[in-house]
Design a protein. Structure first.
Length: 337
């Protein structure tokens, strides 16, 4: 189900001969893929894959809302006033989520799951539909970082709050896997987990890992908007055009503004964030997607975020990059549309 987060990235590889090891598999309801250049110090590919899948399995056990035995599902089932011990990974994501919520004025919120279920996009959804005002108000009352708190090693809630880490856990998984590959002596790799990516080093022919940002064309033939080379950076894209429903002539996206309890209504179709940390890229792309083309761009400029915005305009699209993005990728790979 991670695919619903709409990462619109297409890997573009050149010169990938037999010197590159590759493996892939299922994870977090979607897939992952790893490509790396082996070294004299790195272990064999079977061990590398086993190490990666151990990390992914542990994170799924903590953060999956699609399995009843995960740490987050057990917390979500607790009543108001209850507490639960949380692992260190979850603590880190909670703390970063709190900072994003504070910095964005509540546009980012890890407790948005009741709204996602209500509108038909969550794991316990009962069909896609516009909720009535009283039901929306009831579920909105369960949303907000102020309703959960860390108390020593425990996480507590004062209402029946429910957490959803899908807006950042894949980026965090990219960080964890990247750290492990480096520890195994691997110096050049491209990690992709449910669409979140990080490229480090170069391929055997000396060329960089390159990715292409895709034009959001509603599932039609892929069109490259802009290609960029990565070395030491993670990339995350959020968008609103692949998971939505229509009712009464209105289009309702899965991207929620937790401040109002409703899907966003603006012209931003997709936004890409580049950052050394996958966790930051993943969380920030969600923040900017919620804030929209004007407020989001202002936020990105204020916080020196490398971001690339694609907005709807008529029947086409227009793009806008922040100064930080242009400084990292000055005019790189621009395409004509």
């Amino acid at each position: 189900m991670r695919a619903i987060l709409l990462v619109v990235l297409l890997t573009v590889l050149y010169g990938c001969g037999e010197q590159i090891e590759r493996f892939s598999g299922p994870t977090m309801g979607s897939t992952y893929s790893i490509q790396y250049v082996p070294t004299a110090q790195s272990p064999g590919p079977q061990r590398v894959q086993a190490e990666v899948e151990t990390i992914l399995g542990a994170l799924d056990q903590q953060f999956s809302n699609w399995r009843a035995d995960s740490a987050v599902s057990r917390f979500n089932d607790l009543p108001a006033g209850a507490c639960q011990a949380v692992p260190e990974d979850m603590r880190r994501l909670l703390e970063y989520g709190e900072s994003l919520s504070r910095d964005s004025g509540g546009a980012f919120d890890l407790t948005v799951l009741p709204l996602m279920n209500l509108w038909g996009f969550g794991p316990n959804a009962r069909g896609e539909k516009v909720p009535d005002a009283s039901t929306l108000a009831r579920e909105q009352a369960r949303v907000g970082h102020q309703h959960v708190r860390l108390d020593g090693e425990n996480l507590c809630k004062d209402v029946a709050a429910q957490l959803d880490f899908d807006s950042m856990v894949a980026g965090y998984a990219v960080d964890r896997v990247s750290e492990r590959l480096s520890a195994l002596g691997i110096q050049a790799y491209l990690v992709e987990i449910t669409g979140e990516l990080k490229g480090v080093g170069r391929k055997p022919d000396g060329s960089p890992w390159r990715i292409a940002l895709e034009v959001p064309n509603g599932g039609q033939e892929q069109q490259v908007e802009r290609a960029i080379a990565l070395d030491g950076y993670s990339v995350s894209t959020s968008g609103d055009y692949r998971n939505y429903f229509e009712e009464g002539g209105q289009r309702y996206s899965h991207t929620f503004d937790p401040r109002v309890g409703r899907p966003v209504k603006h012209a931003l179709a997709a936004v890409t964030v580049v950052d050394p940390l996958g966790l930051h890229a993943d969380g920030l792309s969600t923040v900017l997607m919620v804030l929209g083309p004007e407020e989001g761009y202002a936020f990105a400029e204020q916080h020196d975020v490398a971001a690339y915005f694609i907005m709807r305009k008529g029947v086409g699209f227009v793009a806008r990059a922040t100064p930080r993005f242009e400084s990292l990728f000055p005019g790189e790979g621009k395409t004509e549309r």
